[in-house]
Design a protein around this ligand. Structure first.
Ligand code: ZN
Length: 311
């Protein structure tokens, strides 16, 4: 990676906003994203191509992608696509990265995505066909994101062999890479090391790229360190832990971007992200959503005296 050691992928504008009721106006989203880019974020998941009636908060995703691409040509603009129809819209808007969620727990998949694994694989195949028809160099990156990979609120423990098999299947179908998501905040560091190593062994470390971790039980950053130890270099996080945790009121969901960046930089790992710039972006978010709880230890405590970014 160009000049950085770890890619922090901001998912607040999608994952964070998705779970809150007040609709953030498009202009406010763009102002927030502008500030995140100014702070040094290189990849931002800006929305989701789901039907507007299901998720009014993200109904402007097409417009957001187009505007952000025009304003920040160098930014890696990521979107969630639940199916081939969403992928078509993402391609039309010019997204750089498509992420398709697949829940390791079949119960969760049927309830939340309303699809069996077989049906999700059909959509993956359709998306791969769409992408293959594009000229090389014009194809967005396509990631299969295995959610509930570390445990599920409906099924409990998820067998490691199942996650490995799903990762293999996604790559066999044509996904460029696979990410693992701790959707319910069940993961612990030993499990992260074990599962990531197993998936790397099955599909290759270069295809097992990212971790999406939650801090529901306070292990979010410990799990990041475990991921770093086994070679993971991309971590999702959300500014202010926006959106909280739908299963545990008062608890943060996604790990907090400010805390993640602080930890990485303090450990000597370059993120390219400036913490003062993140504070400015947080102020814009705070002003746009005055009643939403925002989380983070570093925003509350401030930086330690003498703190220096990784050089
Ligand atoms: Zn999340």
């Amino acid at each position: 990676m160009d000049g950085i050691d770890v890619l922090v992928s901001e998912v607040g504008p999608r994952d964070g906003l998705q779970s809150i009721a007040p609709i953030m106006p498009t202009a406010a989203k763009l102002a927030w994203i502008d500030a995140l880019v100014a702070a040094g974020l290189r990849e931002i998941e800006v929305g989701s191509f789901v039907p507007a009636q299901l998720l009014p908060q993200l109904a402007d995703t097409g417009e957001v992608v187009r505007s952000v691409k025009a304003r920040h040509p160098g930014l890696h603009v990521a979107v969630l696509v639940p199916n081939a129809k969403g992928a078509e819209a993402a391609l039309a808007a010019g997204a750089d990265k498509l992420t398709l969620p697949l829940s390791a727990s079949e119960t969760h998949s049927r309830k939340n995505l309303r699809r069996t694994h077989a049906q999700v694989f059909e959509e993956v195949q359709r998306i791969v066909d769409l992408l293959s028809a594009l000229p090389e160099g014009k194809r967005p990156q396509f990631e299969g994101a295995v959610s509930t990979a570390f445990g599920c609120t409906l099924e409990g423990a998820v067998p490691q062999s199942k996650v490995v098999a799903l990762a293999e299947k996604l790559v066999a179908l044509g996904c460029d890479e696979v990410g693992l998501s701790d959707t319910s905040g069940y993961a612990n560091p030993a499990q992260v090391r074990r599962l990531v190593t197993a998936v790397q062994g099955a599909i290759g470390a270069e295809r097992m790229t990212g971790l999406h971790l939650h801090n529901t039980r306070g292990l979010g950053l410990a799990n990041v360190v475990a991921g770093l130890e086994v070679g993971v270099t991309t971590f999702d996080s959300s500014q202010g832990g926006l959106g909280g945790c739908p299963f545990a009121p008062g608890a943060s969901g996604n790990i907090v971007t400010e805390d993640l960046v602080f930890m990485l930089e303090a450990m000597g790992l370059r993120t390219g992200i400036d913490l003062d710039g993140l504070a400015r972006a947080r102020a814009i978010l705070r002003a746009a959503l005055p009643d939403e709880p925002l989380y983070g230890f570093v925003p509350d405590a401030g930086l330690p005296l003498g703190f220096e970014r990784a050089a």
